[in-house]
Design a protein around this ligand. Structure first.
Ligand SMILES: [Zn+2]
Length: 206
């Protein structure tokens, strides 16, 4: 009886050791491509002096700064300055890296400036081998965004979502045409909060 107990305790001990050791064996760097949309001659959505290409680049830069001491997550970019990069080149960069996640940062705009539509949208590919994982990430990003913003997930046949050989999200961070959304999209405080939220989301899913 006693022998059995000792043997069982030994077995449990071995199991506990493995439980702690295994995550270290499987641990690898989590690669993320942040795709700051538009750039150069392509302004994206525009409202007065505000341009989608600039705000996307600002948020991307802030995420990079927030992540700089994070050894588990490596962040890559499809553009680092205000240059025009076409969708094909972006997809090429992505598929060379084969990241664990692609996050494409955009802003929405209402066609009619009188329209007060606001809120965030997350797009995943309607058809892709990575659809299930992308949907999972979209849900986790939605949970991270919480109740402070309005957010919906939609499916679309966007070129980048279809061609990326990686789980990919197009994140429309708000409407530049909405006064309410400009409250966070165009202020340092609002941009910091948004970048923090995205950086924390990446740390959570890695
Ligand atoms: Zn855009």
């Amino acid at each position: 009886m006693k022998k059995h107990l000792i043997r069982n305790l030994f077995a449990i001990g071995v199991l506990i050791c493995f439980a702690f050791a295994l995550p270290n064996f499987s641990k690898k760097e989590f690669n993320v491509v942040i795709d700051a949309a538009h750039g150069g001659k392509d302004y994206g959505a525009v409202y007065n002096d505000y341009m989608e290409k600039d705000i996307a680049a600002i948020i991307a830069k802030k995420i990079e700064v927030l992540n700089k001491d994070n050894k588990d997550v490596k962040i890559h970019f499809t553009r680092t300055g205000d240059e025009f990069v076409n969708l094909n080149e972006r997809v090429e960069t992505i598929n060379k890296i084969k990241p664990d996640l692609v996050l494409s940062l955009h802003l929405n705009a209402a066609r009619n400036p009188e329209n007060t539509v606001s809120g965030m949208e997350i797009f995943i590919a309607n058809e892709s081998d990575q659809k299930e994982q992308s949907a999972q990430y979209a849900k986790q990003l939605t949970d991270k965004i919480g109740k402070d913003y309005n957010v919906v997930t939609k499916e679309a046949g966007f070129y980048m979502l279809k061609k990326a050989e990686a789980p990919a999200l197009v994140f429309e961070m708000g409407f530049i045409t909405s006064e309410k959304d400009r409250g966070y999209l165009t202020t340092e405080e609002g941009q910091d909060k948004l970048a923090n939220l995205i950086a924390n989301f990446i740390t959570d899913i890695k």
